[in-house]
Design a protein around this ligand. Structure first.
Ligand code: HEC
Length: 120
């Protein structure tokens, strides 16, 4: 009885502490993803992508949502889309070519590719 009385509050405290840490961690992740999404949108704006693309509408190029849908479930999607962003291309979506973006660093190209592929 005495053992129980002593042990139970400990368990309760332990659980709520763990719960708190879990909540704090999920919040940190949510903030991290939200801000990294924003950072990538800024990167897209800086890199002139949004002059020809929008997330949800076709402009000169396909909407990023359509690109994400086309590559959904393809294991090499990030690589393929990275190559398209870096080298440009024509014929996958229509007759208008996309110019190459050779000045972007490989890390920025990858960030943009992942961001595009996560468009909803
Ligand atoms: C001058 C207009 C223009 C600019 C600037 C531009 N794009 Fe494009 N983009 C296009 C066109 C047009 C296509 C379709 C090409 C095709 O049919 O193959 C395209 C296609 C794409 C695709 C699909 C590629 C594929 O493999 O299916 C992605 C992803 C993409 N662009 C991302 C970007 C990103 C990121 C940027 C900025 C770094 C950017 N685009 C800048 C016009 C542009």
């Amino acid at each position: 009885m005495v053992m129980n009385f002593v042990a139970n509050p400990d368990i309760t405290v332990d659980r709520s502490v763990r719960h708190f840490i879990f909540k704090a961690a999920s919040l940190a992740f949510a903030v991290f993803f939200a801000t990294s999404g924003q950072a990538n949108e800024t990167l897209a704006r800086k890199s002139d992508c949004l002059g020809c693309h929008a997330v949800a509408a076709k402009l000169v190029g396909p909407s990023f949502r359509d690109v994400a849908a086309k590559y959904a479930g393809q294991p090499d999607a990030v690589e393929q889309v990275s190559t398209s962003i870096r080298s440009g291309g024509v014929g996958k979506w229509g007759e208008i070519p996309m110019p190459p973006h050779a000045k972007l660093s490989p890390a920025d190209v990858k960030k943009l590719a992942v961001w595009v592929l996560n468009s909803k």
